[in-house]
Design a protein around this ligand. Structure first.
Ligand code: SF4
Length: 683
């Protein structure tokens, strides 16, 4: 068991050295720092200055700027001088691709330089060719020679370097040897670290960004493990976290919350950027919410139980779905088809919790059905109703009946307390039974016996702290002699470590294949300006569900009444898609835009989404420029990339098929391309 494995289940913050970015210290005991990036032209001093000031005002602590040319790099001096005049002191980062010369100029003027190892000293065109060992070593030496002057200059000037690897823009040499993989990303970054360490230069921050949260999670975890192996026990280099090209709106927030949140749950991360295809100012409150959620959690983490078994529950680096048994069908007529089976290799089910059904059942059912009908491309696969009395049970059953009559028959589950003595109705698919450390073993045993006699599947919904849930897991296991007719779920303010510990105990007791239901968390976790909004709830839900789904854990998810039913359903499918567990619509990889952007990304992204959003499983990259865009669009099926003012290049995979299309026609030309390649369906 590596120290990293332990951290996953007792998320103490990863020990890192402190690195200074001008006046802002990163890593060590410092708070998680908030970053963003301007999307103005860096040569436009006043526009860039205004955006830097607005970002600083919003709470952004480090601001990055695109620096594509020597002129941009030289203009950083002017921007800095104007910042001093207006009293804005936020540290700046120059974002460099393809040009060691530009990096050296920028280092004179800003506190940090971000380089991309995939293109710092490599050709612009990515082409795969074979490298012999000798050629490979020669290339590594060549890259080191090109990088060393920047390291030496940063050391003299006391600048910080970010080695910022991106999935999708790895060099030919790395692709040739390691493929387009997290391993390749890590190797690429470590080659650059070798040069830094050889120069006795340690002011380094890493990032391992990808548009696919699962790839990004894996790459950061792998890098953390590799750095630990290089220097066991020593504070390591800080990490800057981000899901690149996450997109806009809820999709962008969900993908970022899933990727960044999963790593913060592991105690990994020192600075955050939430990349959105929106104004950079909109990124700041989202990043602040994530940071605050973990500032509190990390402080409390020392009290969480460490479970030596926990690291063995799954191979977290494989990201395979956890193997579970299929829950036997209840006698309920609505679930007598495979389409609602739960567990095994069945799709991860999306259910909605409706609380207690109101007295006016018919009108509530109508409203509920109408809300779900707004989201035509996906469907609700189960309803969970809170029930305490026979009267409430009857209303819930009536509600399901009304929905069935409207052509919307789905399994109905009852959420009950352990003391509930109502009948185990045959038309119910399972009971979700709330249990806690105060539940006695006699009560657990009695409920188990009732369920067995009625052939009713039970979901043990374990409530409490991580320690309490660990103890409950042992007592639940005492009820069963074989892997049987039950599922588990948790309700905890620390849902991720609680579920991991619960599953570890089940595994240790011979119930490794017990299906798992993931419930949306009940309350908001941080105290920021978006905490009490649906956005706060959305972020909490995306993290608690997405972090587990990304690790292959979860057979059903339950969204709750904090959202309109249609919105809850939509959110559930979006989280599954972000975690790459169930694809229900088109996937968009859209860059956040920066000083290199050649068109209005927000408007164009919205237009493309509205034309193609229904194309299930098709992925489309929308990138502001060709400089870095082609590489960064990674594994998209189609690409829409700015090639010049008002001009767009269209790609199929990474192949450029239409060059310099007029922007006015480009969206329809993209649709045509999708049609020609047999991926179009009518909305
Ligand atoms: S693709 Fe181009 S425009 Fe978009 S963020 Fe990357 S460098 Fe900037």
């Amino acid at each position: 068991m590596t120290p990293q494995s332990l951290r996953r289940f007792s998320p103490v913050r990863r020990a890192t050295r402190e690195v200074r970015i001008g006046s802002v210290a990163v890593g060590g005991e410092n708070p998680l720092r908030i970053q963003s990036m301007t999307n103005t032209n860096t040569l436009d001093t006043e526009a860039t200055l205004a955006q830097i000031a607005a970002l600083a005002q919003a709470g952004c602590e480090i601001v990055r700027l695109a620096v594509p040319s020597s002129r941009d790099a030289e203009n950083l001096a002017q921007i800095r001088s104007r910042m001093t005049q207006i009293g804005v002191g936020v540290p700046l980062v120059a974002d460099i691709h393809f040009s060691p010369k530009v990096a050296l100029i920028a280092a004179e003027h800003v506190e940090k330089i971000r380089i991309n190892p995939g293109n710092y000293a490599d050709r612009k065109h990515f082409e795969t060719r074979e490298y012999s060992d000798a050629e490979y070593a020669e290339e590594v030496a060549r890259v080191a020679e090109m990088f060393r002057p920047l390291v030496q200059r940063c050391k003299v000037l006391r600048r910080t370097l970010r080695i910022g690897t991106n999935h999708g823009s790895l060099s030919d040499r790395i692709l040739n040897r390691f493929g387009d993989t997290p391993k390749g990303m890590v190797e690429s970054a470590l080659e650059f670290l070798d040069v830094c360490e050889a120069e006795q230069y340690f002011d380094v921050v890493f990032s391992m960004k990808a548009s696919n949260p699962r790839v990004m999670i894996q790459a950061y975890r792998l890098l953390a493990e590799c750095l630990e192996e290089r220097a066991p026990g020593a504070p390591s280099y800080p990490f800057h976290l981000g899901v690149t090209e996450a997109g806009d709106g809820e999709d962008g927030r969900i993908k970022s919350a899933v990727g960044i949140g999963a790593l913060l749950e592991d105690g990994i991360g020192d600075t955050i950027r939430v990349s959105l295809t929106e104004s950079p100012i909109a990124e700041v409150p989202v990043a602040k919410f994530l940071a605050q959620r973990y500032e509190t959690r990390w402080r409390e983490a020392a009290d969480l139980p460490r479970d030596p078994e926990a690291c063995e529950i799954d191979d977290l680096n494989s990201y395979r779905r956890r193997v579970t048994q299929i829950l036997p069908r209840a006698t309920c007529a609505a679930v007598q088809t495979q389409e609602f089976d739960l567990g095994g290799e069945n799709p991860i089910r999306v259910e909605i919790s409706v609380g207690k059904i109101a007295h006016d059942v018919a009108s509530y059912a109508k409203k509920f059905h109408s809300s779900l009908s707004q989201i035509a491309e996906v469907r609700c696969e189960g309803i969970v109703a809170d029930v305490e009395t026979e009267e409430e049970a009857k209303r819930a059953l009536d509600f399901a009946q009304h929905l069935a009559q409207a052509g919307f028959a789905v399994p109905l589950a009852f959420r009950v307390t352990l003391h509930c003595d109502i009948e185990l109705h045959a038309d119910v698919s399972r009971w979700v039974v709330g249990v806690s450390s105060t539940s006695t073993q006699e009560e657990l045993r009695a409920m188990h016996a009732r369920a067995v006699s009625a052939a009713m599947p039970l979901e043990w919904h374990c409530q409490g702290s991580v320690a309490q849930i660990r103890e409950l897991a042992e007592r639940l296991c005492d009820l069963y002699s074989t892997s049987a007719n039950f599922l588990v779920s948790v309700a905890s303010s620390r849902a991720v470590p609680a579920l991991r510990v619960l599953l570890a105990r089940l595994r240790a007791r011979g119930f490794a294949d017990c299906p798992v239901v993931l419930h949306a968390p009940a309350c908001n976790s941080a105290d920021t300006e978006i905490t009490r909004t649906t956005q706060g709830k959305l972020l909490d839900t995306a993290i608690d569900l997405g972090a587990m789904l990304s690790d292959g854990i979860g057979d059903a998810i339950v969204l709750d009444g904090a959202f309109e039913p249609g919105h809850a359903l939509d959110l559930g499918y979006r989280i599954l898609q972000a975690a790459r567990r169930r694809i229900s619509r088109a996937e968009f990889v859209s860059c956040p835009s920066c000083g290199r952007t050649l068109f209005d990304l927000e408007t164009v992204t919205a237009r493309i989404k509205s034309r193609t959003g229904h194309l299930q499983g098709v992925s489309i990259a929308i990138m502001g420029c060709v400089v870095n865009g082609l590489g960064e669009m990674a594994d998209a099926d189609f690409g829409y990339v700015g090639s010049g003012p008002g001009k767009i290049n269209l790609y199929v995979g990474k192949e450029l098929v239409l060059r310099n299309v007029d922007q006015a026609d480009a969206v329809e030309r993209l649709v045509e391309l999708i049609r020609v390649h047999g991926r179009w369906i009518e909305p």
